[in-house]
Design a binder for this molecule. Sequence first.
Ligand SMILES: C[S@@+](CC[C@H](N)C(=O)[O-])C[C@H]1O[C@@H](n2cnc3c(N)ncnc32)[C@H](O)[C@@H]1O
Length: 163
Amino acid sequence: MSRLDTFIRRLQAQRLCLDALADRLQGLPGPVLELGLGNGRTYDHLRERFPGRPIFVFDRQVAAHPDCIPPADQLRLGDFRETLPAYAAEGQPPAVLIHADIGSGDKAASMQLAADLAPSWARILAPGGFLASDQAVEHPLWTPVPLPPGVDAGRYHLYCREN
Ligand SMILES: C[S@@+](CC[C@H](N)C(=O)[O-])C[C@H]1O[C@@H](n2cnc3c(N)ncnc32)[C@H](O)[C@@H]1O
C-alpha cells in the first residue's frame, strides 16, 4: 500500500469514527477534547458534528488553517504532558469525547506518549464517554469498542469508559 493510500485510509477512518461517535453521543452532555490541532482538519469536523459543545483543543503551537483556529479560551498550548494535567485540575465538566490524533512518524514515541497521557484521559473522561485515538492505549477504566464498518482493525482505536 502506498503512503498516499495509507494517508487516505487514516483520514477516512478518522471521519467514520468521529461520525459514529457523534451519533452515539447525542444527548450525553459535556465538552469534547481535541488533542493535536495540526492543520485543524479534524477540529473543523468536530465543530460540525458537535455543534453547540465546547471543544477544548491542545497542541504545542497553532499551525492550523486560519478558518480553524479555536477561540483562545478553548485553546491549551504546550506539551500535552503538562497541559492535560493542568486542564484536569481546572474543574471543567467531564468530557464526552477525547479525540487523540497525536501520532508522529516515530511509532514507539507515539505509543509512549499515549501511555503517558492515559492517566489524564482517565481523569477527564465522563462515564459513558469515548476515547478515539490514533494509538492503541489500554487502561482499566475503558474497554475497546468495535470500529464502524469500513474501518480496518488497528487503523483507529475506540474505547468507552464504563460507568
Ligand atoms: C497528526 S497531527 C494532528 C492533525 C490534526 N488532527 C488535523 O486534523 O489536522 C499531531 C499534532 O500533535 C501535536 N503534538 C504531538 N506531540 C505533542 C505533545 N507532546 N504536546 C503537544 N502537542 C503535540 C503536533 O504539534 C501536531 O500538530
